[in-house]
Design a protein around this ligand. Structure first.
Ligand code: BDR
Ligand code: CA
Length: 314
């Protein structure tokens, strides 16, 4: 069965990995890319999404999304991770193609309504577009197949604060809306993405087999790999965003826990994803009467990376 997806994204080096992975995967039809601020400003994210389409030779619609968090001041863009251009400062020629006229939220609403029950939203950045789409038309919650998001941390440390992951802390209010809406959310957070490392050896094999996307990813990944080497002492880069696509293709690669998730929206723990595991009783009201999310806690890293390599190499 082919799964229809919308990718909500802030490209971003690992976003590029995810987008190419989805484009090359046999079991996925990408209906559109919706863009958000995050790794770069939304104008740059939109330009980058169009550039990725050019590299991949596809004409998937791109809809420009939110520029700011819902309620708070934006955090600085992390150019020490993704470069000023979002692609590791590789000076890649920029696309002059244009996004569609609809906003990202409008595109999400219209596309979900055109394919009721069939669309999975894969979210790879801060969650403002999803929250805005829910506000625009709350009915879409019941029409979306699944929301698979890269973000958050349950038992693992955060990567911006000791408890907060980047996509969530960039717009905690939007994230809390997404986790508490009446749809199926699957969280691919740092608990699993910190178990998967993509290294230069594998990237070189992909480039050899596929000199188009492979060359782009090899060039873009160097800045990212250097960042992870210097900061975490690992050889390679954590495979954040593209893990969502592996989940869409082969959910059996992951081990899940069930729980209700709330996001801390103020104070020192802002951006923390706080999980009330299913079956545990807490007197606090905040985790009651909200839908159960799936939280990925285990992953078969070898099989996941092999799936990425094989898909990108064909
Ligand atoms: C997430 O933050 C961004 O830097 C990456 O693109 C990914 O979506 C990882 O915390
Ligand atoms: Ca991202």
């Amino acid at each position: 069965m082919t799964r229809k997806i919308i990718i909500d994204t802030d490209p971003g080096i690992d976003d590029a990995m995810a987008i190419f992975f989805a484009y090359k995967a046999k079991g996925i039809e990408v209906l559109g890319l919706t863009t958000t601020f995050g790794n770069v400003p939304v104008e740059k994210a939109t330009e980058n999404a169009l550039t990725l389409n050019e590299v991949a030779g596809v004409s998937v619609p791109v809809a420009k999304g939110v520029a700011l968090p819902l309620k708070r001041e934006p955090l600085p863009h992390p150019d020490f991770v993704h470069g000023k251009d979002g692609f590791g400062n590789i000076d890649w020629p920029v696309s002059t193609n244009q996004p569609v006229a609809e906003s990202a939220a409008e595109f999400i609403v219209n596309t979900v309504k055109a394919h009721p029950g069939e669309v999975t939203i894969v979210a790879l950045g801060p969650l403002g577009n999803l929250a805005t789409a829910l506000e625009l038309d709350p009915e879409i919650a019941g029409l979306v197949d699944e929301v698979v998001l890269m973000g958050g941390a349950h038992l693992e440390y955060g990567n911006v604060t000791p408890v907060a992951e980047a996509n969530i802390i960039n717009d905690p209010d939007a994230a809390d809306i997404v986790f508490t809406a009446n749809w199926q959310v699957t969280m691919i957070g740092l608990d699993v993405t910190h178990q998967v490392l993509l290294d230069n050896e594998r990237l070189a094999r992909i480039k050899q087999a596929n000199p188009v996307e492979g060359d782009f990813l090899m060039q873009a990944a160097q800045h990212y790999i250097n960042f992870y080497g210097e900061t975490f002492g690992v050889e390679g880069c954590y495979f954040h965003d593209a893990s969502t696509i592996a989940y869409v293709l082969q959910p059996e690669l992951f081990g899940l826990e069930l729980g209700t998730v709330r996001v801390a929206c103020e104070g020192i723990a802002i951006g923390q994803t706080i999980v009330a595991p299913e079956g545990k009783i807490f007197p606090a009201e905040a985790w009651k009467n909200i839908p159960t999310s799936q939280i990925c806690m285990e992953v078969d890293s070898e099989k996941l990376l092999a799936l990425f390599e094989e898909t990108l190499s064909n």
